[in-house]
Design a protein around this ligand. Structure first.
Ligand code: SF4
Ligand code: SF4
Length: 194
């Protein structure tokens, strides 16, 4: 066995040298970021004169939409009201002569709403939808209680072709269960029995 080679171990940096090096690097990085932005054109939007177009998925003022045939989408199923974490939705259900359910009255207290979007997620008819309209500030908090006439809009909103009654499998004056082209005929549960 020959003589062992003498290895040259790196001398570890002292704690003071490490922290000095990190501080210097952070300083250089900071100045480099500032320098990069010096030549950039500033983006200044003079709100409210210039109103920025927010993404469609932005969650602000809530509306009640209509079916493509213009009828009210809401069937007053209470799901949005049940899921709302701050209990700011209330309504009363009723039935039209042709068998379609609707909300006799529908109320949202925007003074409590936290714009979480859970009501929209829960809605089976795509009736309740959050819009990007965030300019809903009032001095008198009581004016933030919106009634159905304030919520109901003329359009379909995000889903222009969906009609709950084409898939719902419920009987109305116009057709029975399973009679729409988009529906499957109802299953006779007794046929599955032995
Ligand atoms: S967005 Fe959230 S808090 Fe507002 S009404 Fe819907 S479920 Fe309630
Ligand atoms: S808005 Fe939708 S979830 Fe709420 S009651 Fe009407 S149909 Fe049901």
């Amino acid at each position: 066995m020959g003589p062992r080679k003498k290895t040259t171990a790196h001398k570890p940096l002292k704690p003071d040298e490490n922290s000095a090096w990190s501080a210097l690097k952070a300083l250089v990085d900071g100045f480099a970021t500032t320098a990069r932005h010096l030549g950039r054109k500033p983006i200044t939007e003079s709100y409210p004169e210039v109103k920025r177009q927010l993404p469609d998925r932005s969650r602000a003022r809530i509306v009640l939409t209509r079916d493509p045939d213009g009828r009210e989408r809401c069937v007053a199923c209470y799901l949005c009201s049940a899921v709302c974490p701050v209990s700011c939705i209330s309504m009363q259900s009723a039935e039209q002569p042709d068998g379609r359910r609707y909300a006799r009255w529908f109320r949202i207290n925007f003074g409590r709403c936290i714009y979480c979007g859970l009501c929209e997620e829960a809605c089976p008819t795509s009736a309740i939808q959050l819009t990007p309209d965030f300019e809903n500030v009032q001095r008198d908090i009581l004016t933030l209680v919106f009634e159905k006439k304030d919520l109901l809009v003329d359009g379909c909103g995000k889903d222009p072709s969906y009609n709950f009654y084409d898939y719902a499998g419920v009987t109305t004056d116009q057709r029975g269960k399973g009679e729409h082209a988009s529906e499957a005929p109802p299953v006779n549960v007794k046929s599955n029995l032995p």
